[in-house]
Design a protein around this ligand. Sequence first.
Ligand code: GTP
Ligand code: MG
Length: 362
Amino acid sequence: MKVGIVGLPGSGKTSLFQALTRGAVAVDTLSSRSGRANVGVVQVPDPRLDYLAARYKPKKVTHASIEFVDGAARVTQDGGRARFGSDFFSDVRQVDALVHVVRGFESAVGEPATPLRDLQLLADELVLADLQLIETRMQRLEKQLHGVKKGTVTPASIEMGLLERLKSALEGGASLAGLELSHDEDRLVRSYDLLVLKPLIAVLNIPEEEITSPSEQTLEFREHCRTAGIREIEICAQVEKEISEFSDEEEAEFLSSMGISEPARNRLIRECYAALGLISFFTISEPEVRAWTIRVGSKAIDAAGTIHSDMARGFIRAEVAAFADVEAAGGWEEAKQKGLVHLHGKDYVVQDGDVIYIRFHV
Ligand SMILES: Nc1nc2c(ncn2[C@@H]2O[C@H](COP(=O)(O)OP(=O)(O)OP(=O)(O)O)[C@@H](O)[C@H]2O)c(=O)[nH]1
Ligand SMILES: [Mg+2]
């Protein structure tokens, strides 16, 4: 799963990327271009995994991970105006979620921050790109419908009706989430891969002095996102980047001296994971304690297949305990003795934090 870091020039995207990746692995590019985009694999911090690792001391501990991309989906500056080229949109299409970095500090050339305006600027561009896509599709359907008697119901006429509804919702500034769609319509909408439907997290890049006390402007931004249903996080990318360069011990010391329990980047990573619709389940074995990634709503059989295709093929039962129960009991065996490990069939819907052992035959 790829998360694209986007935003106006100089908003702090690269600083944030470096904080997230802690300077590690910054390689590769999006498939369409070379030498411009950096991709970093980032571990999803998870105190539950930390507990299991400390309890079982396995040879290996494997975190869930997601990828962040910086330097793709570039917005260029053209005489003070932001320009969104066609590259921007084709790059955005290739990522699964967007982190929109919005400048909340005075720029190097003394421009005051205008976070709400900047947020809207990019949002409007995404809407315009989707409208264009919708209109192109409508033109194609019109040709198909040419000569068909008015009022005749065909797949094309049904799709046309749907596109008209999408178009007027987008033009009216309404969210598509509010539309009531049938199962088939929903499938069609998904197939368009609309940009406005990509999960988006707004990151307000605040100046250092605001870490402890947010400004009026920041509070206004926060409130706007809350009422508009936009996921939002405030981060000082500069400071996060500096913290990320510390060793683990130095970092812990620094954070505790500031009275902070964890770096802001951890919250952002988890927020991205959730926005992508992902949850984790855990497996415990002697060689490895591991967090596995699946989509919300996945079943026990999917979990088995994530670990190994043989496990899905030979699936018998899943032994499952909620992480909280394992922790409270003091371990997996202990949870079992207390009757907290349950047997489930392949259709069991896996919950975030489940500790799972798959029974299977080969
Ligand atoms: N005051 C302040 N400056 C910051 C902060 N974050 C980034 N900067 C500065 O802003 C400038 C741009 O930061 P980058 O991280 O390179 O921004 P970017 O969005 O990657 O820029 P482009 O890739 O050129 O679009 C740099 O000089 C940073 O040091 C911040 O939180 N506070
Ligand atoms: Mg940059």
